[in-house]
Design a protein around this ligand. Structure first.
Ligand code: UTP
Length: 227
């Protein structure tokens, strides 16, 4: 299978760098790489926001703040590459065509952001199009998509399945400010929608992720594109 994983910054740098998680995730990536083609796009997490917030206060434009965010995502890509070792590319590719070369060399492709105006989720969704991926996995610190914000509402319910059109409706008015994307960005969802990419949202629980990849029962949300 061809698998693209959007690894949210919230699981790489929730506050400090989650070294234990990176070690375990790198091990799983190496294991999956034996059977599957794997691409991983890393988010910026707390590091991105730590730098974007003061830059915005200094008066930097949103596009400038995006560039700062991209640097953070690429820093995380390097860190993940270090954790994976020689099976991954060392230098985060600047664009998708470069990233495809890593796959040609039978590496696990690891990259961060590309250009301003979107988040790494959009980079990952586009990568899934480039690769004609069988599966797109969005990993964050929340175990799926809820009917309302689970951090604010105790009675929020996780959706086992969701139509992609409903996901578009859910997020179309959300922020696209630098460092302020919630859940996923609209460009990513539009790409998933237009190419009917099989997409799942799940948490950093790696046994659960493995189950999802192996087609077993998993905790998360499956996005349906309809036929
Ligand atoms: P993230 O992808 O981590 O965004 O990139 P995020 O805001 O934390 O959203 P989630 O966690 O993916 O939902 C960090 C920031 O880097 C910039 C954006 O400002 C983004 O918020 N960025 C990232 C870009 O401008 N272009 C990219 O290709 C990637």
């Amino acid at each position: 299978m061809k698998i693209v994983i959007s690894l949210g910054g919230s699981v790489i740098v929730p506050d400090e760098i989650n070294k234990k998680f990176l070690e375990r995730f790198a091990k799983l990536a190496r294991e999956l790489h034996k059977k599957h083609q794997i691409a991983i796009v890393t988010g910026g997490g707390r590091t991105a926001r730590k730098y974007i917030e003061p830059a915005r206060e200094f008066g930097a434009s949103e596009v400038f703040c995006d560039l700062i965010g991209i640097s953070a995502t690429r820093l995380n890509a390097r860190l993940l590459s270090a954790a994976i070792g020689p099976e991954a590319n060392m230098e985060p590719p600047k664009d998708h065509l470069d990233a495809l070369k890593a796959l040609d060399f039978e590496k696990i492709a690891v990259m961060g952001g590309t250009e301003p105006g979107h988040s790494t989720d959009a980079v990952a969704a586009l990568f899934a199009e480039y690769m004609r991926a069988d599966l797109f996995i969005n990993v964050s610190d929340v175990d799926g998509i809820y009917d309302k914000d689970p951090r604010k509402n105790k009675d929020a319910k996780r959706q086992e399945k969701m139509q992609v059109d409903d996901l578009v409706d859910m997020i179309k008015n959300k922020s696209v400010g630098a460092g302020k994307y919630e859940l996923i960005d609209i460009l990513a969802v539009k790409v998933i929608q237009r190419s009917k990419i099989k997409t799942i949202f799940l948490s950093e629980d790696l046994d659960n992720m493995k189950n999802a990849i192996e087609g077993k029962k998993f905790v998360g949300t499956l996005i349906e594109s309809g036929e």
